[in-house]
Write a protein that binds this ligand. Structure first.
Ligand SMILES: *Cc1c(COP(=O)(O)O)cnc(C)c1O
Length: 220
């Protein structure tokens, strides 16, 4: 199946209001252009250098999503154009994003990455850490970051009930944070969860953004 056919098939499975981010990491710009020609506008990359290289070569109306683990010293390369940073997993990183946003003269949209999987290797805040940060004066002092919601990755497993449980945990935490910290924020509305292998479950559990790579572009 072609990239355009894959996009069509996936989009018919997504409810209205769930955004599809096409994850194009390691894929050539020609693949992205093909998806763009089929109407796709939101793309996700997990390395800043690759993101910046591709952004230069592709149409200006693409919405670029940074979905991977971030290093503080790389933020400057995308601050001028990135649409949404999904993987914010420490206050230190958020502070640096704020600093680069000031320099770029923009407000940068961020999602707080929450650790929901069993695997030790996946990055993210736990509930206590995120609560502590949101309560802190240092957090409240940031001026150029907008927290738009949360992001999480489920355990890589065939156990559907485990994956569902992890997504449900993320949705519950989102609801709790919304009530406690973001009741007056129209921007805090996104739950980025679901990849090629688990997006149907994620959507059932309340995802608002799915990040899908291999089901669109083929395996990497
Ligand atoms: C690679 C990646 C995806 C997409 O994974 P697929 O299984 O190819 O759909 C989604 N989210 C993150 C954070 C990724 O790194």
């Amino acid at each position: 199946m072609s990239i355009a056919q894959n996009l069509t098939r996936i989009k018919t499975q997504l409810p209205e209001g769930v955004k599809l981010v096409a994850v194009s990491k390691f894929k050539p710009v020609s693949d992205i252009q093909e998806a763009y020609n089929a109407g796709q506008r939101a793309f996700g990359e997990n390395r800043v250098q690759e993101l910046a290289d591709k952004q230069l070569q592709l149409p200006a109306d693409i919405e670029w999503h940074m979905i991977g683990h971030l290093q503080s010293n790389k933020i400057k390369y995308m601050a001028a154009f990135v649409h949404l940073i999904h993987g914010v997993d420490s206050f230190k990183l958020l502070q640096e994003i704020d600093k680069q946003a000031v320099k770029a003269g923009r407000t940068l949209n961020c999602l707080l990455q929450i650790h929901i999987a069993q695997e030790e290797t996946k990055f993210g805040f736990d509930k206590n850490e995120v609560t502590e940060m949101l309560n802190s004066d240092a957090f409240k002092a940031l001026t150029h970051v907008q927290i738009c919601g949360v992001m999480g990755m489920a355990t890589l497993t065939d156990d559907e009930s485990q994956v569902r449980g992890e997504f449900r945990t993320l949705k519950q935490l989102f609801d709790e944070l919304k009530t406690r910290f973001f009741a007056n924020s129209a921007a805090f509305k996104e739950i980025s969860m679901g990849m090629s292998g688990d997006y149907s479950i994620a959507v059932e559990e309340g995802s608002t953004i799915v990040r899908i790579g291999s089901s669109i572009f083929g395996s990497r």
